[in-house]
Design a protein around this ligand. Sequence first.
Ligand code: BG6
Length: 483
Amino acid sequence: MNQMIVIFGASGDLTRRKLVPALYELKRKGRLPANIRVVGFSRTPYSDDAWRDYLQRTTREFVGAKFDPTVWDQFAPCLFYRPGDITDPESFPRLEAAVRELEGEQPTVRVYYLATAPEFYEIAVRHLGIAGMAAEESGPRRIVVEKPFGTNLATARQLNSVLHEVFREHQIFRIDHYLGKETVQNLLVLRFANSIFEPIWNRNYIDHVQITAAEAGTVGTRGAYYDSAGVLRDMFQNHLLQLLTLTAMEAPARFDADFIRDEKVKVLRAITPMRPEEVAEATVRGQYRKYRDEPNVRPHSTTATFAAVRLYVENWRWKGVPFYLRSGKAMECNTTQIVIQFQLPPHMMFATGPRSVKEANRLVIQIQPAEGIQLHFHTKVPDAGMQLRLTDLSFQFRQKFADDMPDAYQRLLLDVMHGDASLFARSDEVELAWGIIDPILEAWEAGQPPLALYEAGEWGPPISEQWMEAQGRRWFNVCPVLP
Ligand code: BG6
């Protein structure tokens, strides 16, 4: 069937930085369907040629050495631009007519991609509905909704209900670009295509799990958005909770969107949202010094740029095992990693062996920058009596597989075209995630725990280290463990 992607917000950042470079890369690799057309829609009055020229420049910038003018010349003719105003209902029948003309009589899979600012999501969906553009008589109609999906549980529910007035759930694809990352998908393979991990992947052998997404960059030019969002909305509700569900879920019976999402939802349901009085003890809230000097940040802002949160998954597999989630801007380096910290052996006969869980075995799954896995275990130091040392076994994707890791959007765009929602969030998943984050946000807004400042270039505020130490544990602060 023919493919049509209609991008709302075509003159914006996401289109030029992610969507078009991903489509170009798919073309370069021969994976883009031959019969695809992409229509850009936004207010800027481009012609088709002007939009193509602009995207040629920006794509060249974003894909770097992989830019091949010959491939671009084959790709560019599938790009079209139709100006219009998302807030104007009249623009939509015009868009429908223009898209139909391009599609001709052929049945077409049509994908609407909301790459606009989030305040336009609802109006776009309503206008698509009024113009009859969600009806599936002449082929599947799908809608892709970018993050943020709401700003709390109430607004996420509202957005879901507007979407469900116009589209059915199987037509809706909620993006969390972390699910498009190769190593995140590989977590499923590691856990469910190998039998050696499963027997120890539970409370009997695991002391705790750390999930860290550290970014060296500051808020920079995104002050206006970030100051109203903060780290919990920006990173926890979506990316970190997704990583937690994939780490903690049971094996789905089939690699199928609903089978996978059912298991993820069970994990989220097993996390009891915190009571207000628990938040001060179970979370750390930080802000880097100089954050308030960033452009468009309020001078007395108390927005958190760092958070650490302890959650429990209350089921047979995980009862009593803390999941520590941590993320921050202006941290020491860029690294996203999942650390499975195993328990100490039940009895230690070596005098120099590990005495605390901080020195016990761990499995580090590094999501980025270099994708790989490292297992830490004890060995004997040669010719030194019974001296033991923690050493490691490392696996790096880039050593085993020659190709570059693709950007997440390549996989996600292909999946939308194929109608595979496995790597997209379902409505119940998003709402449950907000149900976990909302009570923390509310306690923070009431000032608990106090905001701790940290210097840029550190691993968050010192209190975060003390908080872990007080629980007999230590953050795995290694910048990135695999080079
Ligand atoms: C985005 C957040 O969703 O994810 C950004 O809004 C953050 O603040 C980004 O920097 C991190 O994504 P990645 O792929 O660079 O880890």
